[in-house]
Design a protein around this ligand. Structure first.
Ligand SMILES: Cc1cc2nc3c(=O)[nH]c(=O)nc-3n(C[C@H](O)[C@H](O)[C@H](O)COP(=O)(O)OP(=O)(O)OC[C@H]3O[C@@H](n4cnc5c(N)ncnc54)[C@H](O)[C@@H]3O)c2cc1C
Length: 351
């Protein structure tokens, strides 16, 4: 059991900024996300596309914004629990919450900040029943290839950036015995740069590109030995396979959150606009997951919500102590929290 002041569900841009705002009010938190890396939609859906409407930034990208947010929250040293989905939330008689995540780890927390966006990103599954039993031993999803595949023949399924990046990485000398990138057609969603790199590797015999769909598999002594690929002409090919890595994209699932007893409005959490509190005292919701009159699903709206939600959380974590609004420009308490030296703060206050 991990005891904490706050639990932030979701490490998208808004969840990350929530850590910062909680930190300014000296509220310790842990962060949980279903993805293996922070950044939410910014990293998963548009890492290298330009964003032009973040205040004070003429142009950034999903990747750059995530890196800046992570740098900004560094002083608060919040532990991250990645590739974990929050399954269950229970209110305890003393007003605290007990929260269970997919690994079985339990948390006991004073407040919960839900920054779950459009839901937990889950990999789209390969719909071939005979392959299911190999999951986590020889079948892996979305960038989760195991270490040490040097002796293995690997088949990567998919046509997006993730599929190409994994196939290219595995095709570098010393990584896998052989790599086949399989897609249902020869038109790809991956960037032209990645497709060009894959073509160059194919021309150097380091990677095979194949068109078709997996329709079955072959086994040897209980182990997956080949996938059966039905090509465009209907012919079945048996492709030797020790590791199957499926990158068919991710889709967000609201999942168990719908059963936590929170008031919802069309799959979003209804909140007030004073503290972004949900219908359960002690649970707040910020970013794309919440709804209120006039809600706009923009990163900047989420950032504003985080500041007010942090003050709402402070009332629960430190009851009776009304936290004062302090400026990061001039507050020595905040400078201490942010590890800003007095020399630096004097220099930065000089126009
Ligand atoms: C193509 C595209 C372009 C966009 N461009 C812009 C733009 O230019 N400007 C702008 O302001 N906005 C833009 N947006 C919208 C912006 O990305 C979202 O408003 C923003 O990502 C919301 O942030 P969030 O942190 O609330 O949610 P998300 O980014 O969705 O992050 C939520 C995180 O919570 C995790 N999660 C959810 N449920 C659980 C659970 N039960 N357990 C564990 N983890 C969970 C998810 O895995 C996810 O990582 C764009 C969106 C898209 C799709």
């Amino acid at each position: 059991m991990i005891f904490t002041d706050a639990l932030v569900i979701g490490a998208g841009p808004v969840g990350l900024y929530q850590v910062f705002q909680l930190g300014l009010l000296e509220i310790k938190c842990h962060v949980i996300d279903a993805l293996p890396y922070p950044g939410g939609q910014c990293i998963e859906l548009y890492p290298d596309k330009p964003i032009y409407d973040i205040p004070g930034m003429v142009r950034t990208t999903g990747r750059e914004l995530t890196a800046s947010l992570l740098a900004q929250i560094k002083p608060f040293d919040a532990p991250f629990h990645m590739s974990q989905t929050v399954n269950q939330i229970e209110k305890l008689p003393d007003g605290r919450f007990q929260v269970a995540i997919s690994s079985g780890q339990q948390f006991n927390t004073k407040v919960i900040m839900i920054a779950a966006g459009v839901g937990a990103f889950q990999p789209k599954l390969l719909q071939v029943a005979s392959l299911q039993k190999f999951e986590k031993s020889q079948l892996f999803y979305h960038r989760q290839a195991p270490q040490g595949v040097t002796e293995s023949r690997v088949v990567v399924v998919g046509g997006d950036d993730a599929a190409f990046e994994c196939a290219i990485e595995l095709a570098t000398p010393g990584k896998a015995a052989s790599v086949t990138l399989l897609h249902r057609r020869d038109v790809y969603q991956a960037t032209p740069e990645l497709v060009a790199r894959a073509h160059a590797l194919r021309d150097a015999n380091a990677l095979q590109l194949m068109v078709g769909q997996i329709t079955g598999c072959d086994e040897n002594a209980g182990l997956l030995s080949a996938v059966q690929v039905t090509g465009t002409s209907g012919q079945i090919h048996h492709v030797p396979t020790e590791i199957l890595l499926v990158c068919l994209g991710l889709s967000p699932k609201l999942g168990p959150m719908a059963d936590w007893g929170l008031a919802m409005d069309r799959k979003q959490l209804a909140v007030d606009t004073e503290r972004f509190a949900t219908s359960i005292p002690g649970i707040f919701a910020v970013g794309d997951i919440n709804t209120y009159p006039g809600k706009k699903k923009l990163i900047l709206s989420g950032f504003h919500e985080c500041a007010l939600a942090a003050f709402g959380a402070a009332d629960v974590v430190y009851p009776g102590k009304k936290p004062q609004l302090e400026y990061t420009t001039s507050s020595s308490r905040l400078h201490k929290l942010l590890n800003v030296s007095s020399k630096e703060s004097q220099a930065s206050s000089t126009p």
